[in-house]
Design a binder for this molecule. Structure first.
Ligand code: URA
Length: 433
């Protein structure tokens, strides 16, 4: 087979055969196909797309390109969730223990973040002593024993995706639905869970800016998962506003613990209940309304919080911080940001707020760069809230005072102040099964 011919076919808009896709993935992962040929094919896919069969084959080939977790030894039905990422998104820290408290088996591999704030692993590592790099045996043992483990992704999970993602990043070929869907789903399939719920974010702080694009991506990923024999659901959710009030690693863990103790932000609680209900319904075969009620109850009766404490203990962390947030790493500087005028917060640019948190040290400025677990932003006011001139709208947390002025400037530039309150926006736009 010749790569030149495969590139030509895709450039002309013809579907590739399963054998051609397999040839490309095997050859590229093994280093036998050069970057320039792979880049040309990726660009052709960006312009011509891929049909459902091609996208599934591409995903399966990438999922099979390295280590795959075999969860079949675990009792019960295994579950996983994935979010396409947003500002203040700490849902995994809430949904994973909530589902496990209700009998689900959460076997979750997570990543670190680049830009904005950290990923789930960075957030968990802000808990003193918490270990995320676990052997496969320990990961499986913990899921079997307590129904829950969140560990860092091993280096060899879907290596084809790792290599292709770097190339896509360097060649402006990230923005393609079949490439994004296959990239995300190859890692999910290789992680082995039988039930997967996806939270596809859309809006200013998300990868997908429009509802239409988010729907296309969600549908493509649900079809891939179902084609691979997994039970799937996806939610399309609002990321025009940061999720909850905390943006930053330790701050977000503290906010997640608050929700698990039955308090905290209403929208964050509602989204976590919905994600958990969908995942439980797939896992235990009850209806979504029944699972929704059970999930809401587990937040109030303390069982979901207990499950998070169990996980933290099992992974070497100090669960006491979850009840005593002052025991988290503390930022040296805490600065209030005051409203420059009276009125309402008419709009927030979630991405700008994420970038302000990154400037304070909460996110990585470069790959593998350092992260400050204590840095971030606590939003006192959000879209729709009334403010008087001089009211505190947010508090900045950082270890370097010099970061405060640029972060404050960006934060205020990301908030639009209006005379009248804005129309209220939906939190969950669509559910796809
Ligand atoms: N996240 C991924 O894992 N892959 C993509 O292609 C885009 C976002």
């Amino acid at each position: 087979m010749l790569m030149r011919e495969i590139i030509r076919k895709k450039r002309a808009g013809e579907p590739l055969t399963d054998a051609e896709i397999a040839f490309f993935i095997h050859g590229y992962t093994a280093g036998q196909i050069p970057d320039y040929e792979a880049a040309a094919l990726l660009m052709a896919i960006c312009f011509q797309g891929m049909d459902e069969r091609e996208t599934l084959t591409l995903t399966l080939e990438m999922a099979h390109s390295g280590e795959e977790l075999d969860l079949s030894s675990l009792p019960g039905v295994t579950a996983d969730k994935h979010s396409t990422g947003g500002v203040g998104d700490k849902t995994t820290l809430i949904v994973a223990p909530l589902v496990a408290a209700l009998g689900g088996r959460m076997a979750k591999m997570s990543g670190r973040g680049l830009g904005h704030t950290g990923g789930t692993i960075d957030k968990l590592e802000s808990i003193p002593g918490f270990q995320t790099a676990l052997s496969r045996e320990r990961f499986l043992r913990q899921v079997a024993e307590i129904g829950l483990c969140v560990a860092s992704q091993t280096g060899d999970l879907a290596p084809a995706d790792k290599k292709l993602y770097s190339l896509r990043d360097a060649t402006a070929t990230v923005e393609s639905i079949p490439l994004i869907a296959s990239s995300i789903m190859s890692k999910k399939l290789a992680s082995g869970a039988q039930c997967i719920v996806l939270d596809v974010k859309c809006g200013s702080g998300a990868f997908m800016k429009t509802r239409e694009d988010a729907l296309h991506l969600a549908r493509a990923m649900v079809r891939i998962g179902q084609g691979a024999g997994r039970r799937m659901a996806a939610l399309i959710t609002n990321m025009d506003i940061p999720l909850g009030h905390a943006v930053g690693n330790a701050l977000e863990v503290a906010e997640a613990a608050e929700i698990l103790r039955g308090a905290g932000d209403e929208a964050l609680r509602k989204l976590c209940v919905e994600l958990s209900a969908q995942l439980l319904a797939l896992s235990i075969g009850e209806s979504v309304p029944v699972c929704r009620e059970r999930a809401a109850a587990a937040l109030c009766d303390g069982s979901a919080f207990e499950k998070l404490c169990e996980m933290v203990q099992a992974q070497g962390g100090d669960p006491a911080v979850l009840e005593h947030p002052e025991r988290f790493p503390q930022a040296k500087h805490k600065v209030e940001v005051l409203s420059p005028r009276s009125g309402y917060i008419g709009h927030m640019d979630a991405e700008g707020i994420g970038r302000a948190a990154m400037l304070l040290g909460a996110g990585r400025k470069e790959k593998d760069g350092p992260i400050d677990p204590s840095a971030g932003i606590l939003l006192h006011k959000k879209t729709g809230d009334a403010v008087a001139c001089g009211d505190p709208v947010a508090r900045l947390f950082t270890c370097d005072e010099a970061f405060c002025a640029p972060a404050q400037e960006l934060l205020l530039a990301s908030m639009q102040f209006t005379e009248t309150p804005p129309a209220s926006a939906s939190l969950i736009y669509d559910v796809i099964q």
